[in-house]
Design a protein. Structure first.
Length: 194
């Protein structure tokens, strides 16, 4: 069996996605994932604590690209402008070659209630991290929370559109479109509702 070949984690992730998509998440075992790429179950568990982690590995790096955008935002930027910088930073980490794997990953998650809950938790953790970063910039609690939650919602909508069959636009272009739509909707609030 091949054991120490470079890219083991990536090979395991690719094999797992393929098996999850064709056989189902629940029906696929860690052993089957490992064996499909000529590795042992033990090797699988050196890289992932369980088969769910194949889908959610890299959470810290995922959050970090958003926080890098917060850090890069101008000091005088509004909370919403800071979040827009975070979204653009994250969008840059989703090149076109990630589109198909992202689509497959999301379809696997969509078919499993426990995975959907884990994805919601991941996004809630992201919103908390962004809100904390905004508070560190001396943004008030309510504004930080609203901006962060709105930004995560924008990202979720944009990422889903980006991963759709036939979509060719960059994630950054779609993020920009969704941000514009959100701003336009907010501008429609009547003075009485403000």
């Amino acid at each position: 069996m091949v054991r120490w070949e470079p890219g083991t984690r990536e090979r395991l992730q690719k094999a797992a996605l393929e098996l999850f998509a064709t056989r189902g998440f629940e029906q696929t075992t860690a052993t089957e994932i490992a064996q499909s790429v000529g590795l042992t179950e033990r090797t699988f568990f050196r890289h992932f604590s369980d088969k769910r982690e194949v889908l959610f590995h890299g959470q810290q790096a995922f959050v970090r690209v958003f926080l890098d955008g917060v850090d890069a935002a101008p000091e005088d930027a509004s909370p919403f402008e800071v979040v827009a910088c975070a979204l653009r930073s994250a969008a840059a980490s989703f090149p076109d070659e990630r589109r198909v794997p992202t689509r497959v990953r999301q379809s696997v998650i969509d078919q499993n209630p426990a995975l959907r809950e884990r994805e919601r938790h991941k996004l809630a953790s992201l919103a908390t991290a962004i809100a904390d970063a905004l508070r560190a910039r001396r943004v008030g609690d309510l504004a930080a929370t609203l901006a962060a939650e709105s930004g995560v919602t924008v990202f979720g909508i944009a990422a889903a559109r980006w991963a759709r069959d036939g979509e060719r636009r960059s994630l950054d272009d779609i993020v920009t479109e969704v941000l514009r739509e959100l701003v336009a909707l907010a501008a429609q609030v009547s003075p009485e509702a403000r």
